[in-house]
Design a protein around this ligand. Structure first.
Ligand SMILES: [Zn+2]
Length: 166
């Protein structure tokens, strides 16, 4: 009887963990919040490319001390902020002075307003970059209502993020 109870308790714990991962994974569309590549739900959680739950603490969220739970590959996981997450811009884009996106997003979440996040040499390069940004930010910061626009400035095309009024 004791053994059965212990087994039942063990199962309950396992089920609890799995449903947490399933929930976070489904909400993040089974895509890693760091590298933006797919995560296989069925891969072992012990595999480097397997699913894991990461906790991200931004300066704005540190106040209420609750990290935001995000889906990450085990190898990409920041281990609750123990490693600094790096959000990469794709090398195919022509962008100079690309911003550190997490820092920018964090600032925009706290203060709103607008920021230039990079410059492209031509309008078509800027269009490619702005499309990537809009799509990437929809997953990186789903709660931040941000618009990506392109503005001409200094003979170049500026990529601008503007927080929409809530
Ligand atoms: Zn990843």
């Amino acid at each position: 009887m004791l053994t059965q109870e212990a087994e039942a308790a063990g199962r309950a714990v396992t089920v609890g963990l799995v449903s947490g991962l399933d929930e976070v994974g489904a909400r993040d569309g089974w895509r890693c919040w760091i590298c933006d590549e797919p995560v296989e739900p069925d891969k072992s959680v012990n595999d480097a490319r397997g699913p894991s739950i990461d906790s991200y603490f931004t300066a704005s969220k540190a106040k209420n001390k609750a990290g935001v739970e995000r889906l990450a590959h085990r190898s990409c996981n920041t281990k609750k902020g123990a490693t600094t997450p790096v959000i990469r811009w794709p090398s195919r884009l022509f962008v100079s002075d690309p911003a550190v996106l997490l820092t920018t997003v964090d600032r925009l979440e706290r203060k709103g307003g607008r920021e230039v996040v990079g410059r492209s040499p031509s309008a078509s390069d800027a269009k490619d970059a702005s499309e990537w940004l809009q799509d990437r930010l929809s997953r990186l910061a789903p709660s931040l209502p941000v618009a990506v626009t392109v503005e001409a400035g200094g003979g170049q095309q500026l990529l601008v993020l503007t927080v929409k009024r809530r």
